[in-house]
Design a protein around this ligand. Structure first.
Ligand SMILES: NC(=O)c1ccc[n+]([C@@H]2O[C@H](COP(=O)([O-])OP(=O)(O)OC[C@H]3O[C@@H](n4cnc5c(N)ncnc54)[C@H](OP(=O)(O)O)[C@@H]3O)[C@@H](O)[C@H]2O)c1
Length: 269
């Protein structure tokens, strides 16, 4: 991976990328500079990862060959002001992971530099992320290659047309929260049926993990697996009837749609 990496915003997602890129040795700690407004946050990142940090976004911008924007979208205008008037000998690649903020807005904010929009997710922390990227008008093949390399180090990568990124955000960006709720609720069901909390948590987690791996490794359609588990007149069909009655499918569909629409809304603010 070429040169120096800068991360603006060392919060949950900035740290997720940072920790995995370091553990996979894509970057060495001395090649990374992270800016964050919070002193406590900067201290934590220094102690945890032995990287350099700063309160100044401009320092990160001037230091880096690749800049990952990882603040909340709500502070984008303020971060954008930090780019104004900066002169560099070679334009860095700007990769934004901000939900909703469009390539047009990003390109207006950075002075003629290449931009790529990305939507990763938190499993990137352990190298199991899912990231979609959309390419800005000034990015060339070399920049796409850098983004592909960076995000494939922390999981899988797909390229999509920019308008689809809101849907990606609602599905794989927000998805880890939905799946975590499903795992927690399955465990609650186990506890309600008399299992200890520890056993129920273990069963719920391994069931979700094992099912995902089975589907991924075999390429089996989820509906086929559902049918394989469901014996005629057995236990599973009683559970499924309950899920259908209580609307699990439509709840998940509506959750993805609501989150996608919120992503669009954030982009228009
Ligand atoms: N979390 C996810 O699962 C996820 C997944 C995909 C994409 N994203 C995107 O990633 C971005 C960050 O999300 P997050 O969950 O990591 O948020 P977060 O934990 O709040 O991290 C953002 C960090 O940026 C700091 N910050 C605020 N204003 C700043 C400024 N002007 N300059 C530099 N740093 C500043 C924040 O400090 P304070 O807390 O002190 O304000 C915070 O430490 C968002 O745009 C989100 O849409 C998040």
């Amino acid at each position: 991976m070429p040169g120096k990496l800068g991360i603006i915003g060392g919060g949950v997602m900035g740290e997720a990328l940072l920790s995995c890129l370091l553990s996979k040795r894509m970057y060495t700690p001395d090649a990374i500079l992270v800016s964050d407004l919070s002193h406590e946050r900067r201290q934590l990142l220094i102690e945890q990862y032995d990287i350099r940090t700063t309160h100044s976004n401009r320092e990160v911008i001037e230091h880096s060959d690749v800049i990952v924007l990882a603040t909340k979208p709500q502070v984008f205008d303020s971060v954008a002001r930090d780019f104004s008037g900066i002169v560099v000998s070679e334009s860095p690649l700007v990769i934004s992971i901000l939900a909703g903020v469009s390539i047009v807005r990003l390109e207006q904010a950075v002075p003629g530099w290449p931009v790529i929009r990305a939507m990763p997710n938190t499993p990137a922390t352990v190298g199991c992320g899912m990231t979609a990227i959309a390419i800005g008008s000034r990015a060339i093949a070399e920049h796409v290659e850098i983004a592909q390399q960076l995000f494939s180090t922390v999981g899988e990568v797909v390229q999509v047309a920019e308008p689809l990124l809101d849907g990606v955000t609602g599905l794989s960006g927000s998805g880890p929260a939905y799946v975590a709720i499903v795992i927690e609720a399955l465990a609650d069901g186990g506890v309600a049926s008399g299992l200890s909390r520890t056993t129920a948590n273990r069963l719920a987690l391994q069931t979700v993990l094992g099912t995902a791996q089975l589907l991924q490794k075999t390429g089996m359609h989820p509906a086929v697996l559902k049918d394989r588990v469901t014996s005629p007149g057995g236990t599973t069909i009683s559970g499924i009837a309950c899920l259908e009655e209580l609307g699990l499918r439509s709840a998940l569909i509506e959750a993805v749609r609501a989150a996608s629409s919120r992503s669009r809304e954030l982009g228009n603010q």
